[in-house]
Design a protein around this ligand. Structure first.
Ligand SMILES: *[C@@H]1O[C@H](CO)[C@@H](O)[C@H](O)[C@H]1NC(C)=O
Ligand SMILES: *[C@@H]1O[C@H](CO)[C@@H](O)[C@H](O)[C@H]1NC(C)=O
Ligand SMILES: *[C@@H]1O[C@H](CO)[C@@H](O)[C@H](O)[C@H]1NC(C)=O
Ligand SMILES: *[C@@H]1O[C@H](CO)[C@@H](O)[C@H](O)[C@H]1NC(C)=O
Length: 799
């Protein structure tokens, strides 16, 4: 964006300086220099680093919160500061430790307390003249003749970059968890003999346990794995001819950062990240690492080992997903360590004692479709019914679960090994759970444990956001003169939107006095337009610290203004005057769905049903029918308003994008609307329309049950989380408990169907959730609603 600044005042310069100082925490003390001279050192402090000439990569220290500092190389221009190499993942150092390029040319990492170095770069020969962080991401020690004596590229950790190769005898080790860089369970190796393979190690010992790629019977013998300049990754022969193509989906190197990483979950994945939001029309909400290709294609089914943990830990179930394997706990079980799901699940109830006379009333079976532990069992029956098997299992204190398939059943004991959920499995699992188990209670107490690390890890985003706001403020200030001269924008062409002046809106709202509501980045006031026959409007004032440049604001406003649907709140106009960003909407006389549902009397099912349908249709329009797709990002009862005839109208759409809250939203928005946010928000996964489907699912549950998704004041703890309670009741065919005789008998069947639809919408895996089109058709009764898959996937969010 071009701006003119003819006479910068001292005040402006001072302000700029202050703002620049505020930016400092983000790149911290980065020194851009080509060659690092002998005798130079860096002290461990977050972000203290040497950057490459372009600034794309940095070598230095990152803080692993609460644990210490890691000496690493990372992508330095993206907020995540993704680490691609590290020296001391197993052995973090304290603040104040040093990495030094000694006078005699050795690169050493020394902790504050020990004399012996924690790590040294072993240069092949002496004679190092200087070190350098190159623009490829390679950190090198170089001699007088410009030969590399040591390079980080030949000592990879878990990642390779374009132009890097894996040579004979080289191994990538997966890290332990996404944020724990010590050695994990998987490795990717090109053996000295030339065999390329992915293997599981016998952690904590390093020896290799099992090969899971390539499939047994195949072997690839090569010379080098090459990640070439245009982004292809392949196993090559000595002649550089391709033996096996690992990833040939390429993107432009100019527009994308790339890396290939052996992830903590054992999947080797080629990732890309757009270098700038503006190039390629990348949508802001999609700025994150995304996957180009990966192997093996399904790690859950590739691991065929009858002992030890597999892709997921003991007792867990592995479900394959485009984003990698997802580990789940069966009903009645929960993660041993929620911050390391690969550690497996533990039982939340007391196992059946062999002294217990009859277990019939004490245990029930939780059914899970397409689930099996195919490699282990201790007893097997043919030609039997599932009822017979259940009875048999109840009378057997060793039996912890059953797998039933085509008139045959297999009895399983704990720990369950190598479990998976896969659509190709035609078996169902029946998990034996103690009737009064306390699993619901355990869910609750650990709800917050999961969130904490997520918030911490997003502090990089916060920094980025701060930087962004600061830059924005600077630009706004510099732009002041220009904006002054060009204060009133013309009405956007082709759309029936009015451009208001600030004074006009100030008058209409009586000086912004009657507040209707407040969001994290805006406040809504009631207004009366004198110019328009006293028409009532809702005036949404965005906080001045958020927004984008004027062009973008206008682009977003016009995309909101272009929408027109009977289930959306219509935008009437806007104001974009200096720092004032205001949106003017139709006024909705009957308030929000929140007060309608949870206010005084219980609204009729007929009315609620209509509201659910209306909301679904409005969302369908936003996702599929309007000119440019809009992801709402914040569907909740407060954002569904009711007009004169109690028709549901979605409000606040398009605002997420307008406020550029894509990434920071995780941290800032989460607190207020926790229960509605899809799991993707907490996993830094790309946000798609399916995130809205998830939120709609929660909303639908609330509409059907007429209560909030979370209520602390319930008689039993099992009832507090609506999702769990509703699922429990519908599984056990005890809907009367859920509705407490508040509903007409004739309606119950339909409500049950709506519950099923809601459970489809809140599947953990976005791919399993229906589109809004299908949701609408199901709600309308035009397609059959199948029984939704197990809710154990819900535990991921609720734990
Ligand atoms: C990483 O995981 C290992 C094994 O669980 C643990 O010993 C270590 O303390 C963890 N390190 C960090 C930084 O969390
Ligand atoms: C990288 O490899 C692909 C596949 O062999 C090839 O098409 C491409 O030209 C190569 N690029 C470079 C820069 O060598
Ligand atoms: C299993 O059932 C089928 C038909 O129901 C019968 O023909 C067959 O003999 C039975 N097999 C055994 C082992 O009982
Ligand atoms: C749950 O069951 C155990 C024995 O199976 C019993 O001792 C305990 O009192 C029960 N708890 C509740 C709350 O019913």
């Amino acid at each position: 964006m071009a701006f003119q600044l003819q006479y910068p005042s001292p005040f402006l310069l001072l302000l700029l300086l202050i703002l620049l100082i505020q930016i400092m925490p983000f790149p911290a003390i980065a020194q851009t220099q080509k060659n690092i001279a002998l005798g130079t050192s860096l002290t461990a402090k977050d972000g203290n680093c040497w950057t490459s000439p372009s600034g794309d990569f940095a070598f230095g220290f990152q803080e692993i919160v609460n644990h210490g500092f890691i000496l690493a190389i990372w992508f330095n221009k993206i907020p995540e500061r993704t680490i691609v190499w590290s020296a001391n993942g197993d052995n973090l150092v304290k603040k104040g430790s040093k990495v030094e390029l000694t006078e005699d040319g050795r690169l050493m990492l020394k902790d504050t307390s020990t004399v012996a170095p924690i790590w040294t770069a072993d240069a092949a020969a002496s004679g190092v003249a200087y070190a350098a962080m190159l623009d490829t991401g390679n950190f090198v020690l170089v001699n007088q003749d410009s030969n590399n004596l040591w390079e980080s590229f030949s000592q990879p950790t878990d990642t390779i970059l374009p132009t890097q190769t894996i040579n004979h005898g080289s191994t990538l080790f997966a890290r332990r968890t996404p944020s724990n860089y010590s050695r994990g369970r998987f490795l990717f190796t090109l053996e000295t003999g030339g065999d390329l393979s992915l293997r599981i190690t016998n952690i904590p010992l390093d020896y290799v346990n099992l090969l899971y790629w390539p499939p047994t019977g195949t072997s690839y013998n090569g010379f080098q794995v090459i990640f070439n300049q245009s982004g292809s990754i392949y196993l090559a022969a000595q002649t550089r001819s391709i033996i096996y193509m690992i990833s040939d989906k390429t993107v432009s190197m100019e527009d994308y950062y790339q890396r290939a990483t052996l992830e903590y979950n054992g999947v080797f994945r080629h990732h890309v990240y757009p270098k700038s939001i503006d190039s390629n029309n990348v949508k802001a909400e999609h700025v994150a690492w995304s996957s180009l290709s990966f192997m093996p294609s399904n790690i859950c089914t590739s691991i065929t080992w009858y002992a030890g943990p597999s892709a997921c830990g003991l007792n867990s179930l592995c479900k394959n997903d485009e984003e990698g394997p997802v580990c789940l706990c069966p009903h009645g079980y929960s993660f041993v360590d929620p911050s390391d799901e690969l550690k497996g699940c533990r039982q939340n109830f007391v196992s059946q004692s062999c002294d217990e006379a009859s277990s019939e009333d004490l245990f029930y079976f939780q059914e899970m479709q397409n689930t099996d532990w195919p490699l282990t069992y201790y007893e097997h029956f043919n030609n039997v019914s599932d009822d017979w098997c259940k009875q048999n299992c109840l009378n057997d204190c060793f039996c912890a679960a059953l797998v039933f398939k085509e008139d045959a059943c297999w009895k399983k004991g704990t720990p369950f090994i190598n479990g998976r959920i896969d659509p190709t499995l035609s078996s169902k699992a029946l998990i034996k759970v103690r009737e009064n188990s306390t699993d619901a209670r355990k869910h609750d107490s650990s709800t917050f444990k999961r969130i904490e690390p997520i918030l911490l890890s997003s502090s990089a985003f916060l920094n980025f956001f701060l930087l962004f706001i600061t830059c924005f403020l600077v630009l706004r200030i510099l732009n002041y003169r220009k904006a002054n001269a060009n204060m009133l924008y013309p009405v956007i062409q082709g759309i029936n939107l009015k451009c208001f002046t600030y004074t006009e809106l100030k008058q209409a709202t009586n000086g912004f006095t009657e507040e209707l509501g407040r969001g994290s980045f805006s406040t809504v006031f009631k207004g009366v337009l004198a110019s328009d026959n006293g028409k009532c409007v809702a005036v949404k004032r965005l906080d001045t610290t958020v927004g984008e440049n004027d062009l973008k604001f206008r682009a977003e406003v016009s995309s909101i203004g272009r929408t027109n649907h009977r289930n959306l709140v219509q935008l009437v106009g806007f104001c974009n005057e200096r720092q004032n960003r205001i949106l003017v909407y139709e006024f909705m006389s009957n308030g929000s769905l929140e007060s309608f549902l949870f206010g005084g009397s219980r609204p009729s099912w007929c009315k609620r049903k209509e509201i659910a349908l209306g909301t679904a249709r409005g969302l369908l329009y936003l996702h599929e029918l309007c000119s440019s797709q809009i992801i709402h990002c914040d569907i909740k009862p407060q954002n569904i308003l009711l007009d004169d005839s109690f028709t549901a109208r979605i409000s606040d759409f398009g605002v997420a994008k307008l406020l550029m809250m894509d990434q920071t939203r995780m941290a800032t928005k989460f607190r207020g609307t926790k229960g509605y946010a899809a799991p993707e928000w907490f996993k830094s996964l790309p946000i798609t329309v399916k995130a809205d489907v998830y939120s709609f699912g929660i909303l639908l549950l609330e509409i059907v049950c007429c209560r909030k998704h979370y209520e602390a004041k319930m008689e039993h703890e099992g009832q507090m989380i609506l999702v769990d309670w509703a699922y429990h009741c519908s599984q056990q065919s005890k809907l009367h408990l859920l509705f407490e005789n508040n509903e007409a008998k004739d309606d119950i069947e339909e409500m049950e169907m709506y519950l099923k639809i809601a459970f489809w919408c809140i599947q953990d895996n976005p791919a399993f959730r229906p589109t809004m089109k299908n949701v609408t058709r199901m709600l309308e009764g035009n397609v059959e609603v199948l029984t939704p898959p197990s809710p154990s996937s819900l535990q991921v969010q609720w734990k």
